[in-house]
Structures are given as structure tokens and as C-alpha cells.
Design a protein. Structure first.
Length: 420
């Protein structure tokens, strides 16, 4: 299953594409703002409703929706993508997405491809939704944190009831309608310590397309790390143990986004995720009223770029503020510049750097990344060679000898650390 599922519209001919210096190919849309029918304890986006106190309910109107689609699709680019997220985007109702597809068909040109991704908690899906998603080839991401006791611990509704049963019911509905979907698993303090149990649960239910997201947030009352957050060490241990399952006997049969993305890098390709590229800025976020922000993790006044009803999307991405946001990721700590694993992570997401003191500091999850990279290095190289590819990025020594210093930076020998 592809990460991006492109659907080809054939409507009208277009003049030759006009390429901007840095074309905007993707938007992450919050059509219902931060509104949601769940009250997940660890959700970082619910608080964004405070940016729009004028109304209790936030919904994207047709004027904003049409302008956003038109501005993105009429740049002349061969590929564009829309990520519909929230909050909970299905609160908009199915007619909203039918209208989106109609405008995509109207403004698309012959040969242009458009990708639609829907990230949902899965509660409102039904057969009508599933048939629509299959027909127009939406790639659906469903949030599921594992078995009932793990999923329901944090993912509850306003009445305090868990959501596991309904989510699993609708996952089976997606399967029945042959909708392409994957799972988004938030790694919190409870499930991060049970990697094998998670892995076996997903395999048992034939759920083979996964993405693990480390949960690191601050408690708004104390300013300290929230109790559900994980540590870098926990993240590294989780990655190592799940990598063993993913790698198996040297023939991975399950898709996990981070592992598959990393394998792509070992095969000489650009990192598919913005988290581990030298710069940010692969997309922008569009809020329900047309406000545009630089990133999903930074929907805040400092990184407000403008409103698309006043300034077109392509122009907003070329503003000084947008350029500054992209480039600030290059402000690496000295220890990052010296690190042999830099070409694999480029300091990681600025969100996680902030928890370590700012974007100029090493990533909060750095310890976990380094331990994992050293642990998985030789097997990723073996897979790259097996697939007939030769890595084109500088890496630590291809052959780590047992008595060499461990590349994770622990100060111990490789055989006593990550090479155990």
C-alpha cells in the first residue's frame, strides 16, 4: 500500500506548468479546526480552538474550500495532495468531501494527479463513507493505539467512554469495502513498553500498514512534560524491539512508515518524511477559516502566514516568515553536526528539539534515535544490497567491529552496547 495514493482526474487541457522556485504541492487541511468527538488525553490540537474563540463550532465554508482547492490545483503542477485532518474531519459530513472531489475534478487538468488522505478516529465511518472513500481512492489513516486496554486508556469521548469497539468495527467495514488504509499509533507511556504485544495484536487482525508516532507534550498547567509522554530511551528501545519483528528473517512483510522510510534512504533515495530532511516546509496547514500556518505542530501566532482569501497559497509559502520557518531547522547543535548519523535524521522534527531547550538543541528523542540507528545499521545495509541498491549517503562505518566505540555515543564498545 502506498503512503500517498494518487487518483488521476481527466478533465481539461492546461498550458505548460509554471514552476515556482519552491512549489507548494501539499496542504494539510483542518476543515473542522480543533473540533472533535473524542477527548483524547494526549491530544495537542484541542487547545488550538482557543485561537478562534468567536464561535464554539468551527467549520470550513464553501468559499474557503473552493479557493483552497483552486489555488493549489491551478499552479500547473503534475501532482498535488490534500491531507484532511483535525480535530476530526468527518464532522464535516460526507457532502463536504463530495464537494471537494467535484472541485478537484473541475480545476484539475488532463494528466494531473491528486492525492486525498483522510486522518480519522474512525467513529463516524459507515458503509456510505466507505464506498465514497473506495471510489475516489482516499488513503485513510485510522488512529488505533493497540488492544482495548491500551487504546481506551487515553482515547475516550467526553463522557469518558472508550472508543475501541466502534473503531475496530469500522476498520472491518473499510476492509469489506476494499478501502486503502493504515493505522496511526500514538506511542504513550503505556503502550511504548509493550512493543511485542502491539505488533502481535496488529498481525492477529491483519493490520499490516502502521505508523508509530512518539507522544511528547507539555502539561499546560505545570509547563513540564506531561505524564503520558515517553522518553528518548523508551523510544529507542521500542524501535529496536519492533525492528526485530519488522526485519524478521530479512524479508519484511509489514509496512511501518519509519522503518520503510529509513530503508528508502539506505537505498539512496531522499527521505520521504519532512521530519528527517534538512529543511521543513513540505506543506502548509489550512485552518477552517482559511488561515494558513507553517506546520501542524506550530499552529500558533508566531508561524501564522496569512489567510488564503487575502493572499493565494503559493504566495504565502514564499513569504519571509515561511522561508524563515523552513531554514531554522538547519540551526543544528554542534554535537549534531559532528554526529555520524546526521544524514539519517538532520536533527529530527523541531517540535522535539523544543523539549530539549530550543531548535538549536539536540532532539529530545536523540538518545533513542542513535541507539536505534546503531542497532539497525547493518541489517538495513543488508536489505539495501539485497534489493540491488547502493546507499548514496555518508554513513558511519559500514562494518562496525565488536570492539569499536558504539556510534550511539554511549562511550561503551559496540559489543557491550547496541551490538549486543
Amino acid at each position: 500500500m502506498p503512503v500517498n495514493n494518487f487518483t488521476r482526474w481527466t478533465r481539461r487541457e492546461s498550458s505548460s506548468p509554471s514552476w515556482a522556485p519552491r512549489p507548494l504541492m501539499s496542504v494539510l487541511v483542518k476543515p473542522a479546526g480543533a473540533d472533535c468527538n473524542l477527548r483524547c488525553t494526549y491530544c495537542f490540537y484541542l487547545e488550538k480552538a482557543a485561537l478562534y474563540p468567536q464561535t464554539r463550532v468551527h467549520r470550513m465554508g464553501p468559499e474557503v474550500q473552493e479557493a483552497m482547492i483552486r489555488q493549489l490545483m491551478t499552479q500547473g503542477l503534475p501532482h498535488v495532495s490534500f491531507g484532511w485532518q483535525g480535530g476530526e474531519p468527518t464532522l464535516m459530513g460526507l457532502d463536504f468531501f463530495r464537494r471537494a472531489v467535484e472541485w478537484q475534478q473541475q480545476y484539475g487538468y488532463s494528466g494531473q494527479t491528486v492525492a486525498n488522505g483522510l486522518q480519522t478516529n474512525g467513529l463516524l465511518l459507515n458503509d456510505e463513507w466507505a464506498e465514497f472513500l473506495r471510489r475516489y481512492k482516499f488513503l485513510v489513516g485510522v488512529s488505533l493505539d493497540g488492544p482495548p486496554d491500551l487504546h481506551d486508556f487515553y482515547r475516550r469521548n467526553a463522557a469518558g467512554k472508550g472508543s475501541f469497539g466502534r473503531v475496530m468495527e469500522n476498520i472491518e467495514r473499510l476492509k469489506a469495502h476494499r478501502v486503502e488504509f493504515n493505522l496511526l499509533v500514538v506511542l504513550n507511556d503505556r503502550n511504548v513498553t509493550q512493543p511485542e504485544r502491539l505488533w502481535d495484536f496488529f498481525l492477529e487482525h491483519d493490520l499490516r500498514y502502521l505508523q508509530f508516532i512518539p507522544c511528547v507534550e507539555r502539561d499546560p498547567r505545570t509547563g513540564k512534560l506531561a505524564s503520558f509522554s515517553i522518553t528518548g530511551k523508551q523510544y529507542g528501545q521500542f524501535l529496536r524491539r519492533t525492528f526485530d519483528r519488522w526485519y524478521g528473517e530479512g524479508e519484511p512483510t509489514l509496512y511501518e512508515r519509519f522503518f520503510n522510510d529509513l530503508l528508502a534512504v539506505y537505498c539512496g533515495e531522499e527521505h520521504p518524511s519532512c521530519l528527517h530532511r534538512p529543511e521543513c516546509g513540505d506543506y502548509v496547514v489550512v485552518e477552517h477559516n482559511g488561515d494558513v500556518y507553517a506546520c501542524d505542530f506550530f499552529v500558533e501566532p508566531e508561524w501564522y502566514l496569512g489567510n488564503l482569501l487575502e493572499t493565494p497559497l503559493p504566495a504565502l509559502t514564499q513569504t519571509e516568515r515561511a522561508q524563515s520557518f523552513r531554514q531554522r531547522k538547519r540551526n543544528l547543535a554542534p554535537e549534531c553536526r559532528r554526529c555520524g548519523w546526521l544524514p539519517l535524521c538532520y536533527g529530527g522534527c523541531p517540535k522535539y528539539r523544543q523539549f530539549a531547550g530550543g531548535v538549536h538543541r539536540p532532539n529530545y528523542l536523540c538518545e533513542g534515535y542513535k541507539r536505534f540507528y546503531a542497532y539497525a545499521h547493518e541489517r538495513l545495509l543488508a536489505l539495501a544490497h539485497k534489493y540491488g541498491r547502493r546507499p548514496r549517503v555518508p554513513l558511519p562505518p559500514a562494518e562496525l567491529r565488536r570492539n569499536d566505540p558504539c556510534p550511539c555515543g554511549s562511550g561503551r564498545k559496540f559489543k557491550k552496547c547496541c551490538g549486543r
